[in-house]
Design a protein around this ligand. Sequence first.
Ligand code: NI
Length: 188
Amino acid sequence: MAILKVARMGHPILRQVSQPVPEEELGSPGLLGLVRDLVDTMREYDGAGLAAPQVHVPRRVVVMELASNPRYPDADPLPLTVLVNPGIEVISERRIEVLEGCLSIPGIRGVVPRAAEILVRARDPHGGVFEARYAGFHAAVVQHECDHLDGVLFVDRVADTRTLGFVRELERFGPERAGGPAAPAGDL
Ligand code: NI
């Protein structure tokens, strides 16, 4: 088990476009070890998702997991999911607004418009083919993590910067007063 150091906004690794995992590395001890460390690190810091560039590895790998959490009663649980070389197809014109946070931008949240429904195609770390549909907050988590692979942070996508705030203030005054909707929030 290894807890890795999480890069914070301002570190150039977070702005790189990450490289795909080559076919011959699927199932390799190196990739499986990276996935284990990503999962350990995500759980250690109570994140709902983590992308490899956030731990200074510029590869197209993300992990996601939402245990049922009383802090986020509106968020349905999401089982541990590992996406290697993911691609997203937007399957609904509908947009949702989600109050997002990020382990690389600790203490800050903001409202981000996201596609409400997506289809994800990826590989699993053992080389299998992965395909799933996501909607609502889960779709937002996938989009947030896949953005990391292209060097994009959630603050780049905040439509109204007045919704940005520190967690403590948003909890005290509420995201509604800060201008955003009441929506599940988490560090992604
Ligand atoms: Ni993030």
